[in-house]
Ligand binder design. Structure first.
Ligand code: C2E
Ligand code: CA
Ligand code: CA
Ligand code: CA
Length: 285
């Protein structure tokens, strides 16, 4: 928890600013409360990971780790309620490191059981985290510390990473890929320059954004985009996973156009570890 002082200093500097617009003051106060709650939650270990199944035609291939905040009064909060603030305050750095370490510990423990040894785990990496000069060393030291098999770890990047130094991004990816770590481009298709990134980055997977999958059966444009992404990825030798698959009809459409891997409520919601493991090894549970 060494980075705590750094982001606290950063945030307290900003909270010290004076605003005389009452609405703005109220908004500042609400944000200050949330930020101070975030610091406390960090100190109290109130974050947990949920796991959502990823499947292909043969069955379960792994999971995506998704962080939640167990708020003492408000209950389980989704990332949309705190990731933006964590990014703003810098808390995302220690939080992101914790997510990675927890995920790698999980991989190491899955490696000990025949029913779970083949599982891959996808971890979301924030662009602030990825752009730290020591990101690569951090991942390698976590892999060494936990004993996780790098071949089972998949890092999900979004295009926001890439507004930074492209050569630096590629160099970092190549170093980790040499260790066996895989990379997915998350939320593919919603950014401005998806094709450019697809061409330049050493990716293994692209992840079709949920917004295209949602209306794929009713919106011709979405159907065309999805078909095009699938063709493009195939011709570039990239694996594709579709996110947000909620119905069998969506899955059938995707499959008929060459998609082979899926994630979504049709298969499972993001689940607490115990429930996820019961899914994977029903006999043992
Ligand atoms: P994402 O990476 O695009 O993750 C997929 C989101 O879609 C998850 O939302 C998941 O619960 C939701 N989802 C999955 N299947 C379905 C479905 O069939 N239907 C619908 N409607 N939704 C589905 P969640 O867990 O709320 O996470 C939201 C975002 O927060 C993630 O989007 C990711 O960008 C971010 N996030 C989550 N965990 C982390 C983390 O550990 N670090 C960072 N930096 N970001 C994270
Ligand atoms: Ca993701
Ligand atoms: Ca996504
Ligand atoms: Ca998404």
């Amino acid at each position: 928890r060494a980075d705590l002082a750094m982001y606290q200093a950063k945030a307290s500097g900003r909270n010290a600013m004076r605003f005389f617009d009452p609405d703005m003051q109220a908004a500042m106060n609400a944000r200050a409360i949330l930020e101070s709650e975030l610091y406390k939650s960090w100190e109290r270990n109130e974050f947990i990971l949920h796991y959502q199944l990823q499947v292909d035609s043969r069955g379960i291939i792994g999971a995506e780790a998704l962080v939640r905040w167990q708020h003492p009064r408000r209950g389980l909060l989704p990332p949309s309620e705190f990731i933006p603030q964590a990014e703003e305050t810098g808390l995302i750095l220690p939080l992101g490191e914790w997510v990675l370490e927890t995920a790698c510990n999980q991989l190491a423990s899955w490696a000990l059981q025949p029913e779970t040894v083949q599982l891959n785990l996808s971890v979301n990496v924030s662009s602030l985290q990825f752009c730290q000069p020591d990101f690569v060393e951090q991942v390698i030291s976590i892999l060494d510390r936990t004993g996780a098999n790098p071949q089972r770890l998949k890092l999900e990047l979004t295009e926001s990473i890439l507004v930074h130094d492209m050569d630096d991004t590629i160099a970092k990816m190549m170093t980790l890929k040499a260790r066996g770590v895989g990379f997915a481009l998350d939320d593919f298709g919603i950014g401005y320059s998806s094709l450019y990134y697809l061409k330049r980055l050493p990716l293994d997977w692209v992840k079709i954004d949920r917004s295209f999958v949602r209306d794929v059966l009713t919106d011709n444009n979405d159907a065309t985009i999805v078909r095009t992404i699938l063709l493009l990825a195939k011709s570039m030798g990239l694996a594709v996973i579709a996110e947000g698959v909620e119905t069998g009809a969506q899955k059938d459409f995707l499959a008929s156009h060459g998609c082979t891997a899926y994630q979504g409520y049709l298969f499972s919601r993001p689940l607490p570890l115990e429930q996820f493991e019961r899914f994977v090894q029903p006999a043992a549970g």
